[in-house]
Design a protein around this ligand. Sequence first.
Ligand SMILES: Nc1ncnc2c1ncn2[C@@H]1O[C@H](COP(=O)(O)OP(=O)(O)O)[C@@H](O)[C@H]1O
Ligand SMILES: [Mg+2]
Length: 455
Amino acid sequence: MTVSRPSTHTQDGASPASGSPPGVDPSASQDAASATESRPVKVSTRNVSKVFGRQADRALELLRKGGTKADAQKLGAAVGVYDVSLDVYAGETFVLMGLSGSGKSTLLRLLNRLHEPTSGQVLVDGTDITKLGKADLLRVRREKFSGMVFQGFAILPHRNVLDNVAYGLEIQGVSAAERRRRALEATALVGLDGWESYYPSELSGGMQQRVGLARALAVDADILLMDEAFSALDPLIRREMQDELIELQARVNKTIIFVTHDLDEALKLGDRIAIMKDGRVVQVGTAEQIITDPADDYVEAFVEGIDRAEVLTAANIMMPLKATAQLRDGPHTALTKMRRFGISGLLVVDSERKVHGYLTSENVRAQLDDVDASRDRIESSRIGPAVTVSLDTPLQDIIGYASESSLPIGVIDASGRLRGVVVKGAILAALVRPGRGPDDPTKSAQVNTEGQHAV
Ligand SMILES: Nc1ncnc2c1ncn2[C@@H]1O[C@H](COP(=O)(O)OP(=O)(O)O)[C@@H](O)[C@H]1O
Ligand SMILES: [Mg+2]
């Protein structure tokens, strides 16, 4: 992802589309990047706050006088969101990022008024939805919002893919024929065509998440809200879904507001990112702005203060395996796999994908040259040791292993199954990048994906 929007730190202009609401000092705007933005504003919040608890108004008063979240807590109130003003532009992917409990989900739910704000306004296409009666609110939700995509999204087990995708339309009372047409279209959009009649239990976690996305897309409204939608997925599938969302967004051009606690995900997906802390937005900007000019220590700790080698893990930098040798493979099969993928060796796995070692092309050839050797099986004496690490092994430790051997390092999950591979090129790519840029290090053009000498 390239960040193409101009970087600006000027805070001298009011937001062109919305101006400054009364009582808001534009120089204190949380949204400095908006000064050069010409796209229409899709969703805005104006000094919006959400405090939970019976003493919400008193707690809010306390906060306005400079009280803290902890002070509010003494009143039995929980501060979800405090005094957030931001503009989300039509067609952008806007990410809300912050630690758990920082208020991301609360803010997201304020945007379609699933949460009633304690104070402040929420504008959708210029309409202040906090002022709407129930019927009008429901109409705005239906017309403007595509529903919400959650982590562990509510897939209905007894419905097939198509009927799950059509579910949102069914709730809206759309006719059966129209439902079917739009559900088919949305299913194809997320790459599930051909799977329409399958049941959730027959789908992988990633595919189930696609069903959730398709359900939202079938509704076909401008604004898509996603709350940690990919957070429960395996790392590789998660990155795949991120890539697909980027590609999908290029086609459908929705306004996406995406919540995550993962900085890498935020940097990868967000045209702009709002960083939240204790219910407040502490910085809004492009990935570049946030990396190069963090607003405070909190943001800096996220982006720069942290050593990449400590933060990144095997899961972040591993790549999918092109090929493995099975224990039952014969020497010709193993050699053919190596040739086909242009690699000089393979990790050897059993039927449960447990790693048994590493097989080099030299050793296979040696077996083939040996007239007394087996032609049916790779002999165990030909298989050398393999280095494996777990998904959460820090890059720092991986560097240590990689310096001792040039072989690719297998990455195994908690049950010992091989899940991916880390090669030297990926380690270097992850280390040399200044800050934590938006591009996936494993996609760098310089990285030879198997990291070694071709056969
Ligand atoms: N329904 C609720 N009732 C009381 N407190 C809540 C409720 N929802 C959220 N909170 C509180 O608001 C704060 C922000 O929560 P949340 O928006 O869920 O954070 P995040 O999504 O960033 O993890 C937390 O302190 C949380 O305990
Ligand atoms: Mg949340």
